[in-house]
Design a protein around this ligand. Structure first.
Ligand code: AMP
Length: 521
């Protein structure tokens, strides 16, 4: 039977896994390593490098080396957090015609979906080399708080890479699947997931093979990268104070500092201090300067304490939504490389009154959970399992005075469906516009616009008489679908939500056709 791989497409690292005789196993990459840097580097020769090779190019080729692409998947160029990325990333971003983001590489403009597709393609290749046969299907994971645009963009990236997406699942849910599957315990768990770019907290009940997500919450712009940036800012300031030289506009120096900052941060999870040593970080005709600093764990904690504390109110809110107290949580699972930081472990232990579960590999557990989900879909797990996940964001429509009318509340178990009847406000009105939104604000304009669509061809009649039932669905992958039915005519209009953002089906087909041509030439 064809393999369905589990793919954890991470901000900084990605990991793939499969179910081997009912047991989740990580699939090594072509270098034999369990995780692959989510990095693509475009060379002057026209070649591209992916993963470890690309990461090694980052210092010498910073503006054509694309990392942390996940942070801009499905986002608008004008989004507030994209402003930050524009300032911090060495590569350049531009606005697409529909307001989405494109990346300027050499003389081309490439969508985030295409860059991500290159990483998915590499992962597919690793799996194919591992199995010795073609792999065409995957379960992919996304941060729990990803909205519809972000989910669709990730799914499209996999599709461009030639992977049919059997299911999209939330990263913390995947982690709990792997955990519950292996331990076979009936427990209430909290999954605290802080990776390279996003933070999620999810609460689940695991009972006799039923995985029931009670509530989920998160921040789509908080992760290890922010911790690295704090160290980079600290190094820049210290260096400027000592030498009066500002390195903040020097792309090459910045890339070197960023890499050292990340390395020092990792080291400080296991030691009390770490040296940062960057010879010839600056040179001009008259002098050369070296950067030599020691970063201590207390300094790192001071620099990043607020980032860690920022996650606390989200945990509190999620417990409230799940009608739980910290003492009701049996096991706390830490996911994402950033949770190796001792400060985070201490904060979690203090908050829940118990130590997080040990011996979990926070870099691999999400991919392993995706592999378990692939086993559920194929009936290949040790025992039959049921996953009841929730939607992380409310779905609704805009009504008068910029009001958001929620139809599906956040934390509703998916798949789910709600129907709302729309009518006309003028006599003989033949067209009604519906604006579909996702978010929690009461103001429509403060939520994410998913789509605007028109219900057309309404029979001329007095205002308020026509009745058009619109169904809002969220499927098991957390993706929204809207369909409309005019009661009078019985006509059904099915509308896929995608017009506000993302690639159209035609654009995806075009990219895939181009890739196929390149591959065969
Ligand atoms: P993920 O997206 O789950 O792969 O998480 C990657 C993030 O975890 C990156 O920001 C890494 O710098 C960070 N990370 C990995 N190992 C450690 C460590 N030992 N201590 C602190 N952060 C780490």
């Amino acid at each position: 039977m064809a393999h369905i791989i589990g793919v954890d497409f991470g901000t900084t690292y990605s990991c793939i896994a499969h179910l081997e005789k009912g047991i989740p196993q990580v699939i090594p990459n072509l270098d034999g390593l369990p995780t692959t840097p989510s990095v693509v580097s475009f060379m002057e020769s026209g070649d591209k490098l992916i993963g470890n090779l690309a990461l090694r190019q980052a210092v010498t080729n910073p503006s054509n080396t694309i990392s942390a692409i996940k942070r801009i998947m499905g986002k608008k160029f004008s989004a507030k957090d994209v402003e930050e990325i524009k300032k911090k990333m060495p590569y350049s971003l531009a606005e697409a015609k529909n307001g989405d983001i494109v990346i300027n590489v050499e003389s081309k403009r490439i969508s985030p979906q295409e860059i991500s597709a290159m990483i998915f393609s590499y992962l597919k290749e690793c799996a194919e080399s591992f199995f010795g046969e073609e792999v065409t299907e995957a379960v992919i994971t996304v941060p729990a708080n990803f909205n519809d645009h972000q989910r669709k963009a990730t799914k499209d990236a996999a599709k461009i890479a030639g992977l049919k997406v059997a299911r999209v699942i939330n990263e913390p849910t995947a982690a709990s699947l792997a955990y519950g599957y292996e331990t076979e315990k009936n427990v209430t768990v909290a999954v605290y997931d802080l990776g390279g770019g996003t933070f999620d907290i999810s609460l689940l009940e695991i009972n006799d093979g039923v995985f029931h997500v009670l509530a989920t919450n998160g921040i789509s712009y908080l992760g290890g990268e922010d911790f690295d940036n704090r160290i980079v800012e600290w190094i820049l300031e210290e260096f400027k104070e000592e030498t009066k030289i500002d390195l903040s506009q020097d792309k090459l120096a910045l890339q070197r500092i960023k890499e050292s900052a990340e390395k020092a941060k990792r080291a400080l999870s296991f030691s009390e201090e770490s040296d940062i040593h960057l010879p010839f970080i600056y040179s001009d005709k008259s002098c050369a300067k070296h950067l030599i600093k020691t970063l201590t764990r207390p300094t790192l904690e001071k620099l990043t304490n607020d980032l860690v504390l920022k996650t606390l109110p989200y945990i509190e809110e999620t417990l409230e939504e799940g009608k739980l107290k910290p003492e009701n949580i049996d096991d706390v699972i830490l996911v994402g490389g950033q949770t190796r930081m001792p400060l985070i472990k201490h904060m979690i232990s203090d908050f829940f009154g118990k130590k997080p579960v040990e011996n979990i590999n926070p870099d691999e557990i999400v991919a392993m959970g995706a592999a378990v989900q692939s086993g559920i879909l194929k009936g290949k797990t040790k025992e039959s399992l049921i996953l009841l996940d929730v939607t992380p964001l409310s779905l609704g429509v805009e009504t008068e005075n910029d009001t958001f009318f929620k139809l599906i509340e956040k934390n509703t178990t998916i798949p789910t469906k709600r129907t709302k009847a729309f009518t006309t406000v003028y006599h003989n009105q033949q067209r009604v516009q519906v604006h579909v939104l996702q978010g929690e604000s009461q103001k429509a304009s403060e939520n994410t616009s998913l789509a605007k669509f028109d219900l057309v061809g309404i029979e001329p009649s007095p205002s308020g008489v026509p009745q058009i039932n619109v169904s809002f669905e969220i499927d098991a992958s957390g993706l929204a679908k809207v369909s409309a039915k005019d009661i009078d005519s019985g006509r059904i209009r099915r509308i896929e939500i995608n017009p506000s953002s993302g690639l159209t089906e035609d654009e995806i087909d075009e990219i895939m056709a181009k890739e196929t041509k390149k591959g065969s030439s």
